[in-house]
Design a protein around this ligand. Structure first.
Ligand code: NAI
Length: 424
């Protein structure tokens, strides 16, 4: 096949062909975006240079979005920006101001929808030295796969008192026999779509990830005990997919329970032990509220999490807070079938500190590390991670983190970036 120079290609679903000089589009971002993006690019370039003796290098291509785009072009999200992410597959972005006003979508949501980025990926780990409310934060090592396109977040809602909601309520009452709406006169209605396809592609990505990274388990987190067809469907379809597509590589709680019912607990435990010794991934499930308790009480039981959109939103922030990392948590939105992926800072534009050279670049930097891992340049990613481990342990950090650290030494954004580079 003719390989267009410098473009990352998705050869078969799940595999990327990455040239040595890939073009990677980036959105600088609003507010603190300018400061952190500049630092992140510098650090990543240096880490790549060191790791591959100058044989590999990213060709950064700036694309516009947010205020910068609006000021230059009069539009918040230019078509060329979406086209660039579509063409070059992999990109990174700083935080964007959410424009206020009727009819303007959140730019982040727009990008996710345009490229059908169905996984919101959030790895959570603790860095020694970072202040945390947990006694044993080192036990938290979790990667969250949050479904990104469905659920109650799909944006299908009607406001109380409008003719639209009246129509929906009438349909529910007269045609569907729904008699359970407590205050029909003053009710808003939202719709929660959860599909077999949407569930399967998310769970498939999570299991693939666990297998490729030799991780012990994938946990399906849901509220299927209450919402039987939507969240219950997620659990049922998730298990079915695991047993159908990964029968040689996984052992499920579902199968454990079947063996237990048919041949007793001992036989089930023996089958489980054999599967784990054979390096299989254990697929289990847990109700979302129990999961949130368990993450505090026994976080070591969880490795990869696959969950629906709303649960995933809550879970991502709770887990990040548990390791003191809410301000440095990285994230990515990915379509593992087409290969499209946008790596991003998970915080906002922090207008209160913008331009003050105080912003913490680590959320975006660690997203950059995820990006390097995604394109198979893990050596460079590890170099950055090690450098951060080293600095945090010494108490070197930007003020937002340093003020809570035992030996905290507050550095500006640019000083911190230089320290990262020096210790690469
Ligand atoms: P925010 O995350 O920008 O700020 C919340 C607090 O955290 C502020 O005190 C801020 O100074 C601090 N903070 C955030 N990032 C930091 C960093 N890297 N280093 C040090 N301190 C940091 O959330 P806020 O104020 O609710 O939103 C501001 C704007 O950002 C809004 O327009 C919002 O819509 C947008 N936003 C964009 C996101 C994105 O592009 N992914 C995500 C969240 C908000």
């Amino acid at each position: 096949m003719n390989h267009p120079q410098n473009i990352i290609l998705s050869s078969t679903p799940g595999t990327l062909a990455v040239p040595d000089n890939p073009v990677i589009p980036f959105i600088e971002g609003d507010g603190i975006g300018k400061e952190i993006t500049a630092s992140v690019r510098l650090i990543i370039d240096k880490a790549i240079e060191k790791s591959y003796n100058g044989e590999r290098k990213i060709e950064w291509k700036e694309v516009l979005a947010g205020e910068k785009a609006y000021n230059k072009l009069g539009t918040w999200l230019p078509e060329e920006t979406i086209d660039a992410f579509r063409k070059y597959l992999v990109g990174i972005k700083g935080p964007l101001t959410t424009p206020v006003g009727e009819g303007i979508r959140s730019l982040n949501v727009a990008l996710r929808q345009e490229l059908d980025l169905y996984v919101c990926l959030r790895p959570v780990r603790w860095f020694k030295g970072v202040a945390t409310p947990l006694l044993h934060p080192e036990k938290v090592h979790v990667t969250i796969f949050r479904e990104n396109t469905e659920d109650i977040y799909a944006g299908i809602e009607w406001n109380a008192g409008t003719p639209e909601v009246e129509k929906v309520l009438k349909f529910l009452k007269e045609e569907m026999g729904v008699a359970k709406i407590r205050f029909p006169e003053t009710t808003s209605i939202g719709v929660k779509p959860v599909s077999v396809e949407g569930t399967e592609r998310l769970v498939r990505s999570a299991i693939d990830y666990a297998i490729n990274n030799r991780l012990p388990s994938v946990t399906l987190v849901h509220k299927g005990n209450i919402m039987k067809f939507t969240e219950g469907g997620f659990k049922k379809w998730g298990y079915a997919l695991a047993e159908r597509e990964f029968s040689d590589q996984v052992f499920t709680e579902n199968i454990f329970n079947k063996i237990k019912a048919e041949r007793g607990l001992e036989a089930a435990v023996a089958a489980y032990n054999e599967a784990m010794e054979g390096g299989k991934v254990f697929i289990k499930d847990v109700i979302a509220d129990a999961f949130l308790q368990n993450t505090l009480l026994k976080p070591e039981e969880y490795s990869v999490i696959a969950t629906l959109n709303l649960n995933g939103d809550y879970i991502s922030d709770q887990l990040a807070a548990m390791v003191g990392g809410i301000g440095i948590a990285p994230g990515a939105n990915i379509n593992y079938v087409t290969g499209h992926a946008i790596f991003e800072a998970t915080h906002g534009t922090a207008p209160d500190i913008a331009g003050k050279n105080k912003a913490n670049p680590c959320s975006m930097l660690l997203s950059g590390v995820m990006m390097l891992e995604y394109i198979g340049w893990s050596e460079a990613g590890s170099l950055v991670t090690k450098s951060l481990e080293n600095l945090f342990e010494k108490g070197y950090a930007t003020p937002d983190l340093a003020r809570f650290m035992e030996k905290g030494k507050a550095l500006s954004t640019s000083e911190f970036a230089s320290e990262v580079i020096n210790s690469l």
